[in-house]
Design a protein. Structure first.
Length: 92
């Protein structure tokens, strides 16, 4: 075309820089995603290992006559009951 000397090269250089920046951004997002998933998996694995260890402790303790221990598997606490709907209907 009828562009000045070096103009096309500058446009191409800027496009390459933008593409490079986008590729780096995608690589960073991918690494962050992998890291989060890895951490989540490891936390779940630790929880499973702890649960198994607590159940083994309970079995061994019960076999030796121990009635109760804080080291045994504990069921998660149930969520608190929802607020009464009667309170919500006071303005009816």
């Amino acid at each position: 075309g009828r562009k000045g000397l070096g103009v096309e090269e500058e446009v191409i250089r800027k496009e390459r820089e933008e593409l490079s920046r986008q590729q780096q951004e995608v690589a960073a997002m991918r690494a962050s995603f992998v890291s989060r998933n890895k951490s989540s998996f490891q936390a779940k694995q630790v929880a499973r290992d702890l649960d198994k260890a607590q159940r083994v402790c309970e079995t061994l303790d019960r076999d030796t006559g121990v009635a109760s221990s804080d080291l045994w598997h504990q069921e998660p606490a149930s969520p608190p009951p929802a607020a009464s709907s009667a309170e919500d209907n006071t303005h009816a």
